[in-house]
Design a protein around this ligand. Sequence first.
Ligand code: MN3
Length: 242
Amino acid sequence: MERRKFFKSVGLVTAAAYISPKLFGNDQVSVKASGIEGVPAPEFPALPFAYNALEPYIDARTMEIHYDKHHRAYYTNFLNAIKGTPLEGKPLSDIFAAMSKQTDAVRNNGGGYYNHLFFWNNLSAKSSGPSADLSAAITKSFGSVDKFKEAFNTAAKTRFGSGWAWLYFGADKNLAIASTPNQDNPLMDISQVKGTPLLTLDVWEHAYYLKYQNKRPDYIDAFWNVVKWEEVNRRYQAALEG
Ligand code: MN3
């Protein structure tokens, strides 16, 4: 991607234009409809890093196809699915909270658009670690940060077929781990697990097959080298302040 275009689009992702107020999920989970939970961007949002930025953990070729083909198709198909309907101009958080009333096209493409945007935003070449507050919450819920990673890895490894692993903040104010099938996510009312997502990992084969082939566990292990903890910490703090 051209550098100028890259920076211009990154600006778009964080532009205040997408911030819209309010949102309540079906079981009292509240998520602020700002940032990526807000109204879909009018242009396909830029990847917040270069294709090769996460090498060797995620290879450039996979990143390029994943972002430019898979993610772009979800974005385009989602906008087409909501065009001219009452969903046009609505925040994603509102659409997800009433997903049981929508078509499969809205569910699959809306989820695919959002989940990938979320995923890119929780990846970075420079990985740090959980904040003191988040570490304490992780230890309370899972025993230790290492045990949390083990539980997350298990959720990611055992998702049969295609889907996503999540760390999320539940309505009970506790952290939890789960996986969702296909392009579902914990913001959707039709999801078996509901809450505010804090961290995710794409475990569809297209996310790792070129480099890891059938070795999904190796891809999952590599993921921890590129987790953007600053973003997980920020989302945790925002969820606490709810
Ligand atoms: Mn994917």
